[in-house]
Design a binder for this molecule. Structure first.
Ligand code: ADP
Ligand code: MG
Length: 411
């Protein structure tokens, strides 16, 4: 890695300088309550190091997908309140991104204080496809730093985006790589370059088409691919089974069939569910029963039944595979873990990873909802080798794609 690092910046000296830090504060919210503060806690060390060294820290971050205009629902306030609780130094939130409030608060920052700008996606230029628009926004962000400004990228979760606060800003201010990004990249490297075998990958969640590309790339690299979550139904359909009203990406069935064929030749084994928990409707209190994977429509709810979790036989089989692994990467919950009745599969896989960690395997959990799942199910971060803050970013890294946020820094 040839990129400049945070340590180099600290060695240069930051006292009295404005340092723009891109952090990942994209936390899950229930109304205005942060339901998992993992990303806030992961972002704190770099901000704190800079503040303790006397920098005037300006944090840029996004939350959710607002439509390029201010929207209270996507305010960073809950995340910033959590950050302020955890921080030993003053943390304030600007009322805008690069407007009068941000300018005034940035100018009045004292050494060792931090200011968080409002959600950078409240400005449509942040995500614009137009290079000139993004560059103009990046310049306005950079201007908040006055003379001697610097930029630190610590937002691994946004590294796969060619956005102003991640990509363009790095060519305007002297740019440095934060420690969180460095750690993430180091761990992911161990999954792509010579992972210790057996290498087992567990995939689930709801964004099927997003995750197909990573499957494509893992065929031939991973020893076994375990498929659960919403995507399992596209696999069952590819095997010729009926899936009732379960999540199904009909237009991907052919793609999945070709993966199954390629995997057989490449020496990667797909481990698909043999049983699923079928519910009468998508609800926490839905009636449900365990059905064989080939008999989903044979349940009481028939064609309208929805598969909301892997079944106990599958969970046990997955746990057994994970127990034999030396390297495990897991992305995507096995079921709708938000409803306790459908959390058993996710819990079993989390427990299997925790056990594998104790047995000396490298275990990595990636994905915002997956990270939230293990924490809400009562696991500690330390039970896993690494919990990645980046969902999409870690997947794209594993797909072998270049991440603009890293390229911009020469990482
Ligand atoms: P991550 O953020 O970890 O990458 P995703 O965003 O892809 O994961 O998916 C997480 C979501 O997938 C969870 O909210 C969970 O409820 C949902 N999910 C898991 N299994 C199913 C299923 N069988 N049907 C519908 N949704 C599911
Ligand atoms: Mg998600």
């Amino acid at each position: 890695m040839t990129a400049h690092t945070l340590d180099e910046l600290l060695a240069e000296g930051v006292r009295g300088r404005h340092v723009l830090v891109r952090s990942d504060l994209n936390v899950p919210l229930d109304g205005s309550t942060v339901t998992d503060d993992g990303r806030v806690r992961a972002s704190l060390p770099v901000i704190a190091k800079l503040a303790e060294a006397g920098a005037r820290v300006i944090v840029m971050a996004h939350l959710g997908r607002p439509k390029g205009t201010p929207d209270e629902k996507y305010s960073l306030r809950p995340a910033v309140e959590r950050l302020a609780e955890l921080a030993a130094f003053p943390v304030r939130l600007a009322a805008d991104v690069v407007g009068p409030s941000a300018k005034e608060l940035a100018a009045s920052l004292a050494d060792g204080e931090a200011l968080v700008l409002e959600n950078v996606r409240f400005d449509a230029r942040e995500t614009s496809k137009d290079d000139a628009e993004r560059a103009a926004f990046a310049r306005e962000l950079a201007e908040l730093t006055g003379d001697g400004g610097a930029y630190v990228d610590d937002a691994f979760g946004a590294a796969h985006r060619k956005h102003a606060s991640v990509y363009d800003i790095a060519s305007i201010l002297p740019a440095y790589l934060g420690e969180l990004v460095r750690t993430e990249v180091e761990v992911l490297k161990r999954l792509t370059e010579g992972a210790e075998r057996p290498y087992v990958v567990v995939l689930g969640g709801s964004k099927v088409s997003d995750k197909l590309a990573v499957i494509d790339n893992l065929i031939g690299k991973a020893d076994r691919l375990l498929v659960g979550g919403g995507m399992l139904f596209t696999f069952l359909a590819a095997q010729g089974h009926k899936v009732g009203s379960s999540l199904l990406e009909r237009d991907q069935i052919g793609t999945v069939q070709s993966y199954l064929e390629r995997a057989a030749v490449a020496g990667t084994e797909f481990v698909l569910p043999t049983d699923v928990v079928v519910a009468s409707k998508f609800a926490a209190d839905a009636e449900h029963e365990v059905a064989s994977a080939d008999a989903i429509e044979g349940t009481a709810s028939g064609e309208t039944g929805i598969g909301l979790d892997i079944g106990p036989e599958t969970a046990a089989a997955f746990a057994k595979e994970i127990a034999t692994a030396r390297t495990v990467f897991w992305n995507g919950p096995m079921g709708v873990f938000e409803f306790p009745a459908f959390a058993a599969g996710t819990k079993a896989v989390a427990q299997a990873l925790a056990d594998a960690t104790s047995a000396g395997a490298l275990t990595v959990v990636g994905g915002g909802d997956s990270a939230a799942a293990v924490r809400t199910l009562g696991f500690e971060d330390g039970q896993f080798g690494h919990i990645s803050t980046g969902g999409g970013a870690s997947l794209e890294y594993l797909e072998g794609k270049e991440l603009p946020g890293l390229t911009a820094l020469g990482a």
